[in-house]
Design a protein around this ligand. Structure first.
Ligand SMILES: C[S@@+](CC[C@H](N)C(=O)[O-])C[C@H]1O[C@@H](n2cnc3c(N)ncnc32)[C@H](O)[C@@H]1O
Length: 278
């Protein structure tokens, strides 16, 4: 490694160490390339010249940390994202859930909640919402507050309607929200069985006895070691025979917990916990 690269690596490591010690967010096991890209992006957006200057600002300016946190946690999401995933969920998972008296779902890394409302709609259409409890968690309180509000930009509703149809939606998507000025307000009946709370996959512990854990487009930002920690957390949070759903670019297959899960739909990244870990 040449001197410039070596110094740059030390500077990035120090930034992550500072964030951890000062604010308790541990990004040290996130994928390096993505984290460095985000830090450089914030550097370019502010009037700072060097990473060292940024380190100082980070330690003394909580608001600046807030902006960097939003950059680092990448909160992009949409309703019925990857519609074929929701279609498969309806076809392959819902019939199994219908055999149970009560259903517990955990959306880990739910961002601003679009995915959570999508699941709520699906459960409602399948007659399962009233017997379900959905835990929606994220490490970032800013996006979590948006999720709680259930208010989204009206501009997005056109694309979401297309996704909803492709996902096999049974009604009209507009039945689920009220349009007010430039906002869409999600129906209160979708919210009542959702519990929003802060949970950090790096530092927090299991949620017991889930029937589904959905953690889509989150693990992609973690290194192998951290992915393993989270797969263990999910395995221990799922009851036997329960479902794990990941994002399109994620898989449990190359992790240390691969043997604990069977394929339900590998293309859609839906797995089922088996008895291997007992
Ligand atoms: C790209 S979004 C994915 C949102 C949604 N699951 C989807 O697929 O559309 C990634 C989310 O993971 C959250 N996240 C990142 N690190 C996390 C951690 N350690 N614990 C919990 N959530 C985390 C971010 O705050 C962000 O909201």
């Amino acid at each position: 490694m040449d001197k410039t690269n070596e110094n740059e690596k030390i500077e990035f490591d120090l930034i992550l160490q500072a964030i951890y010690q000062k604010y308790g967010f541990d990004f040290r096991n996130y994928s390096k390339a993505s984290i460095r890209r985000r830090i450089r992006y914030r550097l370019n957006q502010s009037n700072l010249k060097t990473i060292s200057e940024m380190q100082h600002k980070l330690l003394y300016d909580r608001q600046f940390f807030g902006s960097l946190l939003l950059d680092l946690t990448i909160n992009v999401t949409e309703m019925f994202r990857d519609p074929s995933f929701f279609k498969t969920l309806r076809k392959a998972v819902i019939p199994e859930l219908k055999k149970q008296p009560f259903i517990k779902v955990w959306h880990a890394g739910c961002a601003s909640g679009e995915e959570v409302y999508s699941t709520a709609i699906l459960l409602k259409e399948e007659g399962l919402y009233e017997s379900s409890l959905i835990y929606a968690t994220d490490a970032n309180d800013v996006v979590l507050d948006k999720a709680k509000s259930g208010i989204f930009s009206i501009d997005k509703m056109k694309d979401y309607t297309i996704n909803y149809r492709k996902a096999g939606g049974l009604a009209s998507f507009s039945d689920y929200y009220t349009a007010r000025y430039d906002h869409a307000i999600m129906d209160n009946s979708l919210k009542k069985n959702i519990v929003f709370s802060n949970h950090n996959l790096v530092t927090d512990s299991v949620f017991g006895e889930m029937d589904i854990v959905m953690c889509r487009n989150v693990l992609i930002y973690f290194n192998r070691e951290l992915q393993d920690r989270v797969f263990k957390l999910f395995r221990d949070s799922l009851r036997l025979g329960a479902f794990l759903c990941l994002g399109s670019k994620e898989t449990v297959r190359f992790s240390s917990y691969s043997d604990n899960f069977e394929n339900v739909a590998e293309n859609e990244k839906i797995y089922r916990k088996n008895g291997e870990c007992l």
